[in-house]
Design a protein around this ligand. Structure first.
Ligand code: GUN
Length: 301
């Protein structure tokens, strides 16, 4: 049996179209559009390409978008002042400071300086607390976990009472997705287990999972015999395992591999996300959704 592929590339287009339509409706009614600023410090090539993609996507949806590039030696004080400027700017509803930051800047101090009501990354402790409380308290769920939940819902997977096993306990994926899946509500209401590097028998936990979410950062960690037949497998891993020459551009591009042994796993799972093209495209999509929701919140809609 070959599993159904959960294509993030297709689900992304579906959601972006929904956002674009809503942006047009709100603009026609109020004259306002969502405003997103991305603050990039320094010239890390991966960060530049992420920020460029975020800004291009925001532009495509009709957002007001600002890309604010700052030199790598900007002082912490100047960066905090810049954030304060955008906190007070009524045309900006989402503020994103691209991570990682240079070593002389305290990342925690920067993240708490962002107005929690404009924190579309969902990294501010207030938004982490709101996520923990759940329900209508949640304003900005972190983008990758929110994307995972959308993939689960839109692929038709039932989660009520399901055994969900999360592999990994990071602050940006493992912990928040575990909390989200155990809350009451759509695409959740599950029985959740979190396993990690100190877990004694990873395989036996994974084998119980109706929905297996893997965010370990270890290429090919999950073997086919760890998967319950028919399970939904969400692979969050994006591991660079080498380089190849792109047939399109003739330039070297990374070879990406997930945390799941995909070729073997797809013969056992009921549904599975590919790498690339599964979870990856969803992160920026959910950033756009959070920014639209911030506009709605600020307009009282
Ligand atoms: N760096 C890598 N991923 C992210 C992200 O989702 N948000 C921010 N702010 N920085 C990142």
């Amino acid at each position: 049996m070959s599993a159904k592929l959960i294509m993030g590339t297709e689900i992304r287009e579906e959601i972006l179209e929904e956002i674009k339509k809503e942006v047009e409706e709100i603009k026609a009614k109020t004259g306002k559009v969502p405003g997103l600023v991305t603050i990039l410090v320094g010239e890390n090539p991966a960060s530049i390409s992420y920020v460029t993609l975020k800004i291009q996507t925001a532009h495509r949806l009709g957002f007001h978008e600002v890309q604010d590039s700052q030199p790598a030696d900007i002082s912490e004080e100047a960066l905090l002042a810049l954030i304060d400027k955008y906190n007070k700017d009524d045309s900006i509803h989402g503020i994103l400071v691209q991570l990682p930051l240079p070593k002389h800047i305290n990342e925690k101090k920067v993240l708490v300086a962002i107005d929690p009501d404009k924190d579309v990354d969902g990294f501010h402790p207030i938004n982490v607390g709101r996520l923990m409380i759940g329900g209508s308290e949640v304003k900005y769920p972190p983008c990758t976990p929110a994307g995972i939940q959308e993939l689960i819902v839109r692929s038709g997977q039932d989660t009520k009472g399901a055994e969900v096993v999360v592999v990994g306990r990071s602050n940006i994926v493992g912990k928040p997705i575990a909390v989200m899946m155990m809350q009451k509500g759509k695409g959740a209401n599950s029985t959740v287990t979190v396993v990690h590097t100190a877990t004694k028998d990873l395989a036996s936990h994974c084998r119980r999972a109706d929905v297996l979410i893997v965010a370990a950062g270890v290429p090919g960690l999950v073997k086919p015999e760890w998967i319950k037949p028919g399970a939904c497998v969400i692979d969050v891993g994006v591991n660079r395992v080498g380089e190849k020459v792109s047939a399109k551009t003739g330039r070297p591009v990374p070879i990406l591999r997930g945390d799941v042994d995909f070729d073997a796993a797809k013969e056992i799972a009921g549904s599975i996300t590919p790498v690339p093209g599964g979870v990856g495209p969803m992160t920026i999509t959910m950033l756009m959704k959070n920014t639209l929701n911030s506009l709605k919140f600020h307009l009282g809609l």
